[in-house]
Design a protein around this ligand. Structure first.
Ligand code: MN
Length: 261
Protein backbone atom coordinates (compact mmCIF):
# COMPACT_ATOMS: atom_id res chain seq x y z
CA UNK A 1 0.00 0.00 0.00
CA UNK A 2 1.55 3.30 -1.12
CA UNK A 3 0.55 6.63 0.35
CA UNK A 4 -2.51 7.99 -1.49
CA UNK A 5 -0.96 11.30 -2.27
CA UNK A 6 -3.92 12.33 -4.44
CA UNK A 7 -6.00 12.97 -1.36
CA UNK A 8 -3.41 15.19 0.32
CA UNK A 9 -2.90 18.91 -0.13
CA UNK A 10 -1.26 19.81 -3.41
CA UNK A 11 0.63 23.05 -3.53
CA UNK A 12 1.61 24.54 -6.88
CA UNK A 13 4.79 26.64 -6.86
CA UNK A 14 6.03 27.99 -10.24
CA UNK A 15 4.29 25.19 -12.06
CA UNK A 16 5.66 22.44 -9.78
CA UNK A 17 3.26 20.44 -7.64
CA UNK A 18 4.34 19.68 -4.09
CA UNK A 19 2.54 17.35 -1.74
CA UNK A 20 2.11 18.61 1.78
CA UNK A 21 1.53 15.83 4.25
CA UNK A 22 -1.16 16.66 6.79
CA UNK A 23 0.08 17.77 10.19
CA UNK A 24 -1.62 15.77 12.91
CA UNK A 25 -1.49 17.09 16.46
CA UNK A 26 -1.33 14.45 19.18
CA UNK A 27 -2.50 15.58 22.61
CA UNK A 28 0.19 14.85 25.16
CA UNK A 29 -0.36 13.78 28.73
CA UNK A 30 1.42 14.86 31.88
CA UNK A 31 3.48 11.96 33.15
CA UNK A 32 4.67 12.10 36.76
CA UNK A 33 7.98 10.35 37.42
CA UNK A 34 7.52 7.97 40.34
CA UNK A 35 11.14 6.89 40.67
CA UNK A 36 14.38 7.28 38.80
CA UNK A 37 16.68 10.29 39.01
CA UNK A 38 13.94 12.90 39.22
CA UNK A 39 11.03 11.62 41.31
CA UNK A 40 8.07 13.99 41.14
CA UNK A 41 9.22 15.56 37.85
CA UNK A 42 6.43 15.91 35.31
CA UNK A 43 6.95 15.23 31.64
CA UNK A 44 4.87 15.93 28.52
CA UNK A 45 4.49 12.48 27.00
CA UNK A 46 2.63 10.28 24.55
CA UNK A 47 3.11 6.65 23.69
CA UNK A 48 5.31 6.32 20.63
CA UNK A 49 2.67 3.99 19.13
CA UNK A 50 0.61 7.09 18.24
CA UNK A 51 3.58 8.71 16.54
CA UNK A 52 4.27 5.58 14.51
CA UNK A 53 0.61 5.14 13.54
CA UNK A 54 0.39 8.73 12.25
CA UNK A 55 3.56 8.25 10.22
CA UNK A 56 2.27 4.95 8.80
CA UNK A 57 -1.03 6.65 7.99
CA UNK A 58 0.75 9.30 5.93
CA UNK A 59 0.80 12.26 8.30
CA UNK A 60 3.35 14.34 10.18
CA UNK A 61 2.91 13.92 13.94
CA UNK A 62 3.21 16.97 16.19
CA UNK A 63 2.95 16.67 19.97
CA UNK A 64 0.81 19.19 21.83
CA UNK A 65 1.74 19.62 25.49
CA UNK A 66 -0.88 20.46 28.10
CA UNK A 67 -1.29 24.23 28.46
CA UNK A 68 -4.08 26.20 30.06
CA UNK A 69 -4.57 29.51 28.23
CA UNK A 70 -7.55 29.23 25.89
CA UNK A 71 -6.10 31.52 23.21
CA UNK A 72 -2.82 29.61 23.29
CA UNK A 73 -4.71 26.34 22.91
CA UNK A 74 -6.41 27.87 19.88
CA UNK A 75 -2.95 28.79 18.62
CA UNK A 76 -1.86 25.15 18.94
CA UNK A 77 -4.91 23.84 17.08
CA UNK A 78 -4.63 26.41 14.27
CA UNK A 79 -1.27 24.85 13.28
CA UNK A 80 -2.88 21.49 12.55
CA UNK A 81 -4.70 19.71 9.76
CA UNK A 82 -6.15 17.13 12.16
CA UNK A 83 -6.21 16.34 15.88
CA UNK A 84 -5.60 12.97 17.53
CA UNK A 85 -6.99 12.67 21.05
CA UNK A 86 -4.80 10.12 22.80
CA UNK A 87 -5.51 7.73 25.66
CA UNK A 88 -4.74 8.49 29.28
CA UNK A 89 -6.21 9.21 32.67
CA UNK A 90 -9.87 9.16 33.72
CA UNK A 91 -11.77 12.38 33.06
CA UNK A 92 -13.02 14.05 36.22
CA UNK A 93 -16.74 13.21 36.57
CA UNK A 94 -17.27 16.84 37.64
CA UNK A 95 -16.82 17.63 33.94
CA UNK A 96 -20.13 15.88 33.22
CA UNK A 97 -21.99 16.80 36.38
CA UNK A 98 -21.32 13.72 38.53
CA UNK A 99 -19.61 13.06 41.84
CA UNK A 100 -16.78 10.47 41.90
CA UNK A 101 -17.62 6.76 41.98
CA UNK A 102 -15.58 4.43 44.25
CA UNK A 103 -13.62 3.07 41.28
CA UNK A 104 -12.56 6.36 39.68
CA UNK A 105 -8.80 6.66 39.14
CA UNK A 106 -6.66 9.76 39.58
CA UNK A 107 -7.93 12.75 37.60
CA UNK A 108 -6.11 15.90 36.41
CA UNK A 109 -8.29 18.98 35.86
CA UNK A 110 -5.64 20.82 33.83
CA UNK A 111 -5.32 17.91 31.40
CA UNK A 112 -9.11 17.63 31.11
CA UNK A 113 -9.36 21.35 30.37
CA UNK A 114 -6.70 21.24 27.66
CA UNK A 115 -8.11 18.15 25.99
CA UNK A 116 -11.75 19.23 26.12
CA UNK A 117 -10.94 22.74 24.85
CA UNK A 118 -8.77 21.26 22.10
CA UNK A 119 -11.65 19.08 20.92
CA UNK A 120 -14.11 21.98 20.93
CA UNK A 121 -11.75 24.36 19.12
CA UNK A 122 -10.78 21.73 16.53
CA UNK A 123 -14.47 21.08 15.82
CA UNK A 124 -15.16 24.81 15.58
CA UNK A 125 -12.26 25.20 13.11
CA UNK A 126 -13.52 22.10 11.22
CA UNK A 127 -10.33 20.13 11.80
CA UNK A 128 -10.95 16.35 11.67
CA UNK A 129 -10.62 14.56 15.02
CA UNK A 130 -9.75 10.96 15.85
CA UNK A 131 -10.26 9.98 19.49
CA UNK A 132 -8.69 6.88 20.99
CA UNK A 133 -9.78 5.38 24.35
CA UNK A 134 -9.81 8.42 26.68
CA UNK A 135 -9.96 10.41 23.43
CA UNK A 136 -13.41 8.97 22.64
CA UNK A 137 -14.46 9.88 26.17
CA UNK A 138 -13.07 13.42 25.78
CA UNK A 139 -15.10 13.84 22.57
CA UNK A 140 -18.27 12.63 24.27
CA UNK A 141 -17.84 14.85 27.33
CA UNK A 142 -16.67 17.90 25.32
CA UNK A 143 -19.89 17.88 23.31
CA UNK A 144 -22.32 17.13 26.13
CA UNK A 145 -22.25 13.38 26.76
CA UNK A 146 -21.56 11.41 29.95
CA UNK A 147 -19.51 8.35 30.96
CA UNK A 148 -19.80 5.24 33.06
CA UNK A 149 -17.14 6.04 35.65
CA UNK A 150 -16.56 2.31 36.02
CA UNK A 151 -18.00 -0.47 33.87
CA UNK A 152 -19.58 -1.99 37.00
CA UNK A 153 -22.07 0.89 36.79
CA UNK A 154 -23.25 -0.57 33.47
CA UNK A 155 -23.31 -4.21 34.56
CA UNK A 156 -21.64 -6.56 36.99
CA UNK A 157 -21.37 -9.17 34.24
CA UNK A 158 -19.39 -7.14 31.70
CA UNK A 159 -16.71 -8.76 29.62
CA UNK A 160 -13.12 -8.16 30.62
CA UNK A 161 -12.34 -4.76 29.07
CA UNK A 162 -8.95 -4.35 30.71
CA UNK A 163 -7.06 -7.20 29.18
CA UNK A 164 -3.93 -8.86 30.42
CA UNK A 165 -1.09 -9.68 28.09
CA UNK A 166 0.49 -7.90 25.16
CA UNK A 167 -0.97 -4.61 24.03
CA UNK A 168 -1.45 -5.46 20.36
CA UNK A 169 -3.30 -8.74 21.00
CA UNK A 170 -7.06 -8.61 20.28
CA UNK A 171 -9.13 -9.79 23.24
CA UNK A 172 -12.80 -9.15 22.43
CA UNK A 173 -14.95 -8.68 19.37
CA UNK A 174 -16.63 -5.42 18.42
CA UNK A 175 -19.74 -5.13 16.26
CA UNK A 176 -19.47 -2.25 13.78
CA UNK A 177 -22.79 -0.47 13.23
CA UNK A 178 -23.87 -0.34 9.57
CA UNK A 179 -23.99 2.91 7.58
CA UNK A 180 -21.50 4.70 9.79
CA UNK A 181 -18.23 6.40 8.89
CA UNK A 182 -16.43 3.68 10.88
CA UNK A 183 -18.13 0.87 8.94
CA UNK A 184 -17.12 2.48 5.64
CA UNK A 185 -13.52 2.78 6.84
CA UNK A 186 -13.16 -0.72 8.26
CA UNK A 187 -15.39 -2.44 5.67
CA UNK A 188 -16.39 -5.14 8.15
CA UNK A 189 -19.43 -5.96 10.34
CA UNK A 190 -17.21 -7.09 13.18
CA UNK A 191 -13.58 -6.70 14.22
CA UNK A 192 -11.52 -8.06 17.10
CA UNK A 193 -9.80 -5.45 19.23
CA UNK A 194 -7.53 -5.02 22.19
CA UNK A 195 -9.17 -3.45 25.26
CA UNK A 196 -7.67 -1.32 28.04
CA UNK A 197 -10.49 0.63 29.65
CA UNK A 198 -12.60 0.56 32.80
CA UNK A 199 -14.90 3.38 31.65
CA UNK A 200 -17.10 3.89 28.60
CA UNK A 201 -19.54 6.34 27.01
CA UNK A 202 -22.98 6.42 28.68
CA UNK A 203 -25.26 9.15 27.27
CA UNK A 204 -24.04 10.06 23.80
CA UNK A 205 -23.43 13.73 23.03
CA UNK A 206 -26.07 15.43 20.87
CA UNK A 207 -25.17 15.21 17.17
CA UNK A 208 -23.19 12.00 17.69
CA UNK A 209 -24.08 8.34 17.21
CA UNK A 210 -22.74 4.96 18.32
CA UNK A 211 -20.71 3.24 15.60
CA UNK A 212 -19.38 0.20 17.52
CA UNK A 213 -20.43 -2.00 20.44
CA UNK A 214 -18.99 -4.98 22.32
CA UNK A 215 -21.13 -8.11 22.82
CA UNK A 216 -21.99 -7.03 26.37
CA UNK A 217 -23.45 -3.76 25.08
CA UNK A 218 -20.53 -1.53 26.06
CA UNK A 219 -20.10 1.33 23.58
CA UNK A 220 -16.82 0.90 21.69
CA UNK A 221 -17.10 3.77 19.22
CA UNK A 222 -18.90 7.05 18.50
CA UNK A 223 -18.87 9.51 15.62
CA UNK A 224 -20.33 12.84 14.59
CA UNK A 225 -23.39 12.34 12.41
CA UNK A 226 -22.92 15.35 10.08
CA UNK A 227 -20.20 17.80 9.19
CA UNK A 228 -16.54 17.48 10.04
CA UNK A 229 -14.98 14.03 10.60
CA UNK A 230 -15.03 13.23 14.33
CA UNK A 231 -14.60 9.55 15.15
CA UNK A 232 -13.77 7.93 18.48
CA UNK A 233 -12.92 4.33 19.28
CA UNK A 234 -12.61 2.81 22.73
CA UNK A 235 -9.86 0.35 21.81
CA UNK A 236 -6.23 1.13 20.89
CA UNK A 237 -5.79 0.78 17.11
CA UNK A 238 -2.39 2.49 17.34
CA UNK A 239 -1.10 -0.44 19.40
CA UNK A 240 -2.47 -2.89 16.81
CA UNK A 241 -1.63 -1.06 13.56
CA UNK A 242 1.84 -2.55 13.32
CA UNK A 243 0.57 -6.14 13.61
CA UNK A 244 -3.04 -5.83 12.34
CA UNK A 245 -3.28 -4.27 8.86
CA UNK A 246 -7.07 -3.90 9.21
CA UNK A 247 -6.56 -1.07 11.75
CA UNK A 248 -4.39 1.04 9.43
CA UNK A 249 -7.32 2.38 7.30
CA UNK A 250 -8.62 4.20 10.36
CA UNK A 251 -5.46 6.33 10.45
CA UNK A 252 -5.17 6.61 6.68
CA UNK A 253 -8.74 7.85 6.26
CA UNK A 254 -8.49 10.31 9.18
CA UNK A 255 -5.23 11.72 7.81
CA UNK A 256 -6.52 11.75 4.26
CA UNK A 257 -9.62 13.73 5.29
CA UNK A 258 -7.38 16.09 7.29
CA UNK A 259 -5.28 16.65 4.14
CA UNK A 260 -8.29 17.65 2.04
CA UNK A 261 -9.05 20.77 4.01
MN1 MN B 1 -13.46 -2.94 25.29
Amino acid sequence: MGIQVDSFLKIKVRGEIYIKKPIIGILANVLIEEGGRFPGMTRAAVSHDYVQAIIRGGGIPLLLPVISDEEDIRGQIEQLDGLLLSGGYDISPLQYGEEPHQEIDATFPEIDYHHIMSARIAAELEKPILGICRGLQVINVAFGGTLYQDLSQFSNTCLRHFQKGQRHVPSHSVEIIKDTVLSRILGQDSVVTNSFHHQSAKDIAPGFTVNAKAKDGIIEGIEKIDGVFIVGVQWHPEMMADKSPEMLPLFREFISVAGKK
